[in-house]
Structure formats: structure tokens, C-alpha cells
Design a protein around this ligand. Structure first.
Ligand code: ADP
Length: 498
């Protein structure tokens, strides 16, 4: 039998399913968007039943487009939007509240109330900074705000899961309540040193350990789909959070290997092997994956605004109709005309971490035109990424040798060339830039023995293009960028309105 692998890619705005063959060729795709709910400013919710329904539809449609029956799938790999928090009734399987999405900021005030001692304790145990982004404060919010939830949780009647756990619960007909170590490491309740839920952290957030899923390997025989779901029992054999899955899909298996995903935002990750790096530069330490009980770690840094800056030029300023057209416009002038864009449209992420920062275009003259702005926007994406990757390199004590890239905006050759110049290292773009789904498929195939070892996977890499640094001085650009970042910080803070 030809082994086909189904990758389930549960994203923030859409549910996707991709069928790969054993040469990692894509042979079927299904994708459906699901509704986003914004009940209040800075709140973002999904309906867990809509996530499941759209995922089910995506899987059915992927199988149809691949022209295969469910029984022909020999392994399922799941990758998912991380941190998003779902709490459901253990008996009925009904969620007690909507999913609180990773972008949701409702628990910011609670997170700002932490003492320095608690912040250090959390960082030491989990590798994370205390922030509303992670699951812990979201679970706490649900337990405090849904009537009776805290008591029910204390009595062991409720289950918590990130989207991977929720989908596996549904796929297995309620038989499995599990998550893998990469997803667990994003909850702020999981001790990345011991590989276990941390009782002290659970107490800090008043979350009973009994509601947390069992933490399993990212690859292996993890469960099987219930016969009633797709009419076949299919092994579930790969799980990883989306960024970790992309790192795996980019075949960054060794310490020092890094990837950057250019999507709506940018997500950079560097494999640190068996070492948990205690970041001095505000990067996060996280579990990359766990294979046969052994955890591989990574450093992570995210930039909030990347491709969305291009969307803003497209939709907000009406510069072009399609994001890809930014390159043509930028190349009309082929330079920034002396301007710098600070893309802090929703604050600044790593390594600056200022939620009050706001965007700016600086250095405008009578000569500034749309092409300069388009070019400066590409530079802004590359400069944001360079800040993150250089902070990581400092933490690691060695310069990056190269980075591998993926995501929608990695198709932009001009952006990739600017990135290579700024980082002064090669930028490698694989042929298959669906690294996230590919990572889940590789973990799943490894888990059922389609591939015997990660060394065998290395042979699957096909490189599309490598961008090498061009000589030039980027000092003036870097200096202006630094000045711009400083000026943008704190712009929207309450004291600026007094
Ligand atoms: P996500 O997974 O976050 O939705 P994708 O990986 O699909 O993102 O990438 C889409 C993003 O990339 C959009 O924000 C879009 O504006 C941007 N984008 C797509 N193509 C290009 C391009 N050729 N140049 C620059 N940006 C692009």
C-alpha cells in the first residue's frame, strides 16, 4: 500500500488539511475559514465546535481532492495555532466557553500584577515571560468568569486543551485527552526542565492539575481516530505547535539551525539542542519537540507585524491590489529615498516588547513616493527580523550560519535579498514553503515508521533558492532604524494622553 499522510493544520483563521505522499509531494488540499469573534476591544474568540466542523470539512475535502479513501491514510499529523485555550466538560465534551485565542489581551492587567519574584519563577521554569499570550491566564479567566466553573474544575469535571488536544479529543471520539510537549510548553504551566506540569505554577493560577491533558511525545503511536469519525481507524502519530512544526519541516534538526516564517507576523526559531538557553535578550525558550522521551529545545522570537504591513499598504493606503505586487512597486525606485518605516502597528514584539509603541514613517520629504514607501516596508520587515535573530545569536554566543525561510512573504526575492544583506548570512528558501504542514506530516510519518530516522528525512529537502549577502554598508539604515524604534516606543501609553 502506498503510504499517504494527512497533515491537519489548524490555523488561526482557517482549518487546513493536506495529503502528502511518501516523497512529501502534496496530492490533496482542503481549507475552510471559520468565524472570528471580537466581543470587546482586544478580545479574540473562536467557537471550538466551529473549529472542529471546519477541520472535519477540510479533511474530507482534502481526501476528495487527493482521490483517496480515509482508509488509505496511514498516519495523521496535527499542527496548530498555539496557546489558544479551550475548556470543555469531560463528560459531555461540550466547551463551557468559546476558545480564547492567543491574540486575546483580556488578561493583560492580571499578568502585569505579577511580582518580580513570580516573573522570575515563571521564566526559570517555563522559559516564557509572564504575558496574556500564553494559556495559563486564559484558563484562569474562564474558571473565574463562567458560573460554577472553578468548582466544577476542582471536582475534576472539566478538561483544558490547546487546539491540538481539542481536535484529538474529537478525532478519537473522546478517548484521548493528550497534548505534545511543544504545545504544553506554551501554556506557562509546564516545566520545560522536568517535562511535567508544575504544581506550583498551577496553584499560582488556581488551575487544578486534573484538568490538564497528558503530555506525550511529538511523534509515535499517540492515538487512533474513532471509526465513526471518518469510517476508519487511522493512527494519529505526530503533534507539534505551528512554529515548532515549521522548524521540523525546515529540517532544522541540529543545534544552531534557524528558521524564520514570514506570514502576517514573523516567527523566528533556532534549535538549541538539549540546551535550555536562559535568554538575556528577551527571547523565549521553548520545547521544539519531544522524540522518544527526549526533548529538543529552541529559542523563539516573534515580530507582530510583517506581511500585515504589506496588507496595510494594499488595503489601508491602496498602493496595489495584491500583496505580491509590492515587489514591483518597490523596485521602481529600488531604494527607500531616505525614509524609515517603524512597523509597530500593534506595538513591538521581541526583542523590544512595547505594547504601547505605534507605527511611524520617518524622513519624508517632497520627493518621497509610493515606491520608496514600498521599499522601506520590505526593509522594515527585514530589520525587525534582524533584531530578533541577532538577539538570538547573542544568547547563543555565536553568529547564525544561515537561516531557512518560509511563509507567504518569503516568496518576495527583494525582501529575501535585503534580509541576507542585513544578517550577513545566507538565506535559504526551500522548494516546499508549507513547512508547518510538512513538519506535522514528517513527525507523523516518523511516528509510524514510514521514515526510520530524522537522518532519512534530510534527503527530502529540496532547495529553491539561496540568497547570499551582497557587499554594502547598512550602518546608516541600522542607525536610523534604532532611532525610529526609540521614537515609536510608548507612543500610545496613557500618560501621552494626559
Ligand atoms: P499567515 O499564515 O500568517 O496567514 P501567510 O504565510 O499566508 O500568512 O502569508 C501571507 C502574508 O504575506 C500576508 O500578510 C501578505 O500580505 C504577505 N505576502 C504575501 N505575498 C507577499 C509578497 N510577495 N511580498 C510581501 N508580502 C507578501
Amino acid at each position: 500500500m502506498v503510504p499517504y499522510i494527512l497533515a491537519i493544520d489548524a490555523g488561526t483563521t482557517s482549518s487546513r488539511a493536506i495529503v502528502f505522499d511518501k516523497d512529501t509531494k502534496k496530492i490533496g488540499l482542503g481549507q475552510f475559514e471559520f468565524p472570528q469573534y471580537f466581543p470587546k476591544s482586544s478580545w479574540v474568540e473562536h467557537n471550538p465546535n466551529e473549529i472542529w466542523a471546519s477541520q472535519h470539512k477540510a479533511i474530507t475535502s482534502a481526501l476528495k481532492s487527493a482521490k483517496i479513501q480515509p482508509g488509505a491514510i496511514s498516519a495523521i499529523g496535527i499542527t496548530n495555532q498555539r496557546e489558544t485555550t479551550i475548556v470543555w466538560d469531560r463528560l459531555t465534551g461540550e466547551p463551557i466557553y468559546n476558545a480564547i485565542v492567543w491574540q486575546d489581551r483580556r488578561t493583560s492587567d492580571f499578568c502585569s500584577s505579577f511580582s518580580e519574584a513570580s516573573i522570575n519563577q515563571v521564566a526559570e521554569k517555563t522559559g516564557l515571560i509572564v504575558d496574556a499570550y500564553f494559556s495559563a491566564s486564559k484558563i484562569r479567566w474562564i474558571l473565574k468568569h463562567v458560573e460554577g466553573a472553578q468548582d466544577r474544575a476542582n471536582r475534576g469535571e472539566l478538561s483544558f486543551g490547546t487546539v491540538d488536544s481539542w481536535l484529538i479529543y474529537k478525532l478519537t471520539g473522546g478517548a484521548k485527552h493528550i497534548t505534545d510537549a511543544s504545545n504544553a510548553s506554551r501554556t506557562m504551566l509546564y516545566n520545560i526542565h522536568s517535562g511535567m506540569w508544575d504544581k506550583e505554577l498551577c496553584d499560582l493560577f488556581e488551575i487544578p492539575v486534573s484538568m490538564l491533558p497528558e503530555v506525550v511525545n511529538s511523534s509515535g503511536h499517540l492515538g487512533s481516530t474513532d471509526q465513526d469519525v471518518f469510517g476508519a481507524e487511522i493512527p494519529i502519530s505526530g503533534i507539534a505547535g505551528d512554529q515548532q512544526s515549521a522548524l521540523f519541516g525546515q529540517l532544522c534538526f541540529s543545534a544552531g539551525e534557524a528558521k524564520n516564517t514570514y506570514g502576517t507576523g514573523c516567527f523566528a526559531m533556532t534549535n538549541t539542542g538539549s540546551q535550555i538557553v536562559n535568554s538575556k535578550n528577551k527571547m523565549l525558550s521553548t520545547v521544539a519537540w519531544q522524540l522518544n522521551g527526549t526533548r529538543t529545545y529552541a529559542l523563539e522570537g516573534s515580530v507582530y507585524v510583517a506581511g500585515s504591513l504589506i496588507q496595510w499598504l494594499r488595503d489601508g493606503l491602496g498602493f496595489f491590489d495584491q500583496s505580491a505586487d509590492v515587489e514591483k512597486l518597490a523596485l521602481k525606485e529600488g531604494e527607500n529615498g531616505g525614509i524609515t518605516i517603524i512597523p509597530a502597528l500593534t506595538g513591538l514584539g521581541a526583542p523590544h516588547w512595547d505594547s504601547y509603541a505605534r507605527g511611524a514613517i520617518m524622513g519624508i520629504t517632497r520627493g518621497t513616493n509610493t515606491s520608496h514607501i514600498a521599499y522601506a516596508a520590505l526593509e522594515a520587515i527585514a530589520l525587525s527580523t534582524a533584531d530578533v535573530l541577532e538577539a538570538m545569536a547573542k544568547d547563543l554566543g555565536q553568529p547564525l550560519k544561515s537561516i531557512r525561510v518560509d511563509g507567504g512573504a518569503s516568496a518576495n526575492n527583494t525582501l529575501m535579498q535585503i534580509q541576507s544583506n542585513l544578517l550577513n548570512c545566507p538565506v535559504i528558501r526551500p522548494f516546499e514553503t508549507e513547512s508547518t504542514a510538512l513538519g506535522a506530516a514528517l513527525l507523523a510519518g516518523l511516528g509510524t515508521g514510514i521514515w526510520k530516522s530524522i537522518h532519512e528525512l534530510k534527503k527530502l529537502a529540496e532547495i529553491d533558492d539561496t540568497f547570499t549577502p551582497k557587499d554594502g554598508s547598512y550602518t546608516a539604515l541600522r542607525n536610523q532604524w534604532k532611532k525610529g524604534i526609540q521614537a515609536s516606543k510608548g507612543w500610545a501609553s496613557p500618560e501621552n494622553y494626559e
